[in-house]
Design a protein around this ligand. Structure first.
Ligand code: FAD
Length: 478
């Protein structure tokens, strides 16, 4: 082993410098600076090269983390980049927004007794350096194939599939109903977690690699699934989940109660320079308002922190369980608290108050009762504990369900689960329709970017096998 490793015994874990909360509240830029080369080397050298790399095992794309840490610690950054990109189509994006505390870093063996290696920030550093040095190049397939693949949805799952299919030489067409490439990376996740230029340069790279984009193209409106199947040799459904869960409470119909994704999309569009009438009118703008966000997941965290940056008067997050039992990342919760968000734990909404417009939320205190069949303690109302919170913008961040794809795509035969997610073979990602594959959130339900990337890469392998066994390309038929 290189003598530069195993430094966890003498070096403390460090993250890149985090900007102060006051400065963060003023803009939508990322909150962490880049590591200096010296710091990246030092932090990489903390890896113990343990032999059974749980970090790798618990990474959905099986990143070869110990080896790229070793290469970084030894100043061999270009090789570190080559290795890192060999398992992940969007490493600098995962470095920024993966919940490392639950995946690689949370599984690091030196976590027990010492603090884990800073994996995500080093991953980001390696690939950002690669971009700066021109090491990230468009794909040039060894040979072009006639067969074409349609990918419906240009989010991270679709982007990973496109990258891998182009490497194999297939003609790749991506169809997306949005006007930009990136899915939730662009319109869901705010800039303070992931600046948009990072996604844009990936979109450009795919274009330079020969991927054809059909934007503002909604499958179901502009073409049916069967039309795409006619035209292409294989189809990948990578449409994500977008049906916002709702709560029916007294006062639900009042103005000023909005779904989280509408709110975040408006903010992201504004940041991208688009005209956003619902933002200009104040409907989707938190400036000067008392904001209550309902929910405890990543989406809720992104909403509260967006509201702070828009200049809200106060921002509260109402969650029916406690800090320990919230689904959102603890790191992001801490960041939100630093930025001035107040968490109202163990509280659930009972009603929205107001005449035409919401002016308050009636909430009730909860306690955690006995566990249900999933092992999670069920929140139970505490009688007589109702209390009112001032609110003139209520944001519902209660999760997402899939749209009804068989109806939307005019393909009643497409098999879906009882939750509406597309049923795909876990080994091949193929649906019940021949040559139609499905990946990412539309299969898993709302999940993580890294799982969508994994699915996209695996689907590309399956599609390659499938097409190698197929008859002549559709472009040559008839
Ligand atoms: P998406 O990213 O949703 O992309 C689907 C694409 O399909 C979209 O571009 C959409 O326009 C397009 N589409 C849909 N229907 C059609 C149609 N009929 N025709 C054409 N195109 C269509 N994950 C993390 O790992 N870390 C985080 O910090 C994190 N934060 C999040 C914050 C928010 C607010 C949200 C909502 C999610 C967050 N996630 C996070 C989850 C993550 O964004 C998703 O798991 C991931 O984007 C799923 O990728 P996907 O490719 O399956 O779908």
């Amino acid at each position: 082993m290189s003598k530069n490793m195993l430094k966890f015994v003498s070096l403390e874990k460090q993250m890149p410098v985090k900007r102060g909360a006051e400065a963060r509240r003023e803009d939508f830029n990322e909150i962490y600076d880049e590591f200096t080369p010296k710091k990246a080397k030092e932090q990489a050298s903390r890896c113990s090269q343990c032999g059974i790399p749980y970090c790798q095992v618990h990474c959905p794309v099986q990143n070869n983390i110990p080896d790229w840490l070793n290469l970084t610690a030894n100043g061999r950054l270009e090789e570190a980049y080559e290795l890192s990109q060999s398992t992940n189509s969007l490493p600098e994006i995962c470095g920024r927004i993966c919940p490392q505390d639950r995946l690689c870093e949370g599984s690091c063996v030196i976590e027990k007794g010492f603090e884990s290696v800073t994996i995500g920030a080093v991953e980001k550093y390696i690939t950002d350096t690669a971009w700066e040095n021109g090491w990230v190049k468009p794909v040039t397939p060894v040979r072009e194939l006639e067969q074409s693949v349609a990918i419906i949805g240009a989010g991270p799952g679709g982007m990973a599939a496109a990258d891998q299919l182009r490497r194999k030489g297939y003609q790749v067409h991506m169809y997306d109903r949005y006007d930009r490439v990136g899915g939730l990376l662009v319109y869901g996740i705010p800039g303070f977690k992931l600046e948009k230029h990072v996604v844009e340069r990936r979109a450009r790279l795919l274009e330079d690699s020969g991927v054809t984009f059909h934007l503002n193209f909604e499958v179901g409106r502009d073409a049916t699934l069967s039309e795409l199947r006619e035209k292409h040799d294989a189809v990948v459904i990578a449409t994500g989940v977008y049906k916002a869960r709702d709560i029916a409470l007294p006062g639900s119909g009042l103005a000023g109660i909005v779904p989280a994704l509408d709110y975040l999309t408006a903010s992201n569009r504004k940041g991208l320079g688009d005209a956003v009438p619902a933002f200009e009118s104040g409907e989707l703008n938190a400036e000067g308002k008392n904001v209550v966000v309902i929910g405890g997941g990543d989406t809720a965290m992104d909403c509260v922190r967006t509201a702070v940056r828009q200049g809200a008067k106060s921002v509260k997050c109402l969650y029916r369980r406690d800090r320990k039992n919230m689904p959102g990342s603890l790191r992001e919760t801490r960041n939100a608290e630093e930025e001035g968000v107040e968490f109202v734990w163990l509280s659930a909404p009972k009603a929205f108050l107001g005449d035409d417009k919401v002016t308050g939320v009636k909430a009730i205190k909860m306690h955690l009762g006995i566990a249900d069949s999933t092992g999670r303690q069920v929140p139970v109302e505490i009688e007589g504990s109702e209390h009112d919170l001032d609110c003139d913008l209520a944001i519902k961040a209660l999760g997402f369900d899939p749209e009804e794809l068989p109806t939307l795509f005019d393909e009643p035969e497409l098999k879906v689960s009882r939750w509406g997610t597309v049923a795909a073979d876990p080994l091949t990602q193929m649906t019940n329709l021949d040559g139609v594959f499905a990946i990412g959130d539309i299969v898993r339900g709302a999940s993580l970017v890294v799982w969508a990337i994994r699915d996209g890469r695996e689907a590309a392998i399956s599609i390659d096998k499938y097409l190698k066994n197929a008859a002549a390309p559709k472009s040559l038929a008839s």
